[in-house]
Design a protein around this ligand. Structure first.
Ligand code: HEC
Length: 100
């Protein structure tokens, strides 16, 4: 009983600590998972759309920023990029870079 409470509490503290700095916190994993319907499960594309897994973080951030600004040609990525803040783009970049 006590052991179980400690485990549950530990889980909450872990989540809280993951916060916004962690590369793979809950929020980042949730938003990144919406990309995977097109960019492939785990960011590994199975078609024409480029893979995101293992992409260099700086490259990822640069692309997303350019999509957002409209300076990079995009069929649909401008609309996707527009939905995220710089911090979210940074976090997603770190997350995708960490996927192998
Ligand atoms: C509806 C399908 C779709 C979804 C969902 C989607 N993308 Fe894309 N993505 C594309 C296509 C298509 C391209 C090629 C550029 C274009 O035509 O917009 C692309 C290109 C990219 C590129 C450039 C990669 C390269 O090497 O050229 C990045 C980075 C990227 N997407 C990130 C994301 C992220 C992050 C998300 C989720 C927030 C996401 N995409 C969601 C379809 C999608």
């Amino acid at each position: 009983m006590h052991k179980k409470t400690t485990l549950v509490l530990g889980g909450f503290i872990g989540l809280a600590l993951a916060g916004s700095v962690g590369a793979a916190d809950m929020h980042t994993q949730v938003i990144a998972s919406t990309c995977m319907s097109c960019h492939g499960p785990g960011g590994k594309s199975q078609g024409k759309i480029p893979s995101l897994a293992g992409l260099d973080k700086d490259y990822f951030v640069k692309f997303m920023t350019e999509f957002k600004a409209g300076t990079r040609a995009a069929s649909i990525m401008k609309r996707h990029a527009n939905g995220y803040t710089e911090a979210e783009i940074e976090a997603m970049g770190a997350y995708f870079a960490s996927l192998k």
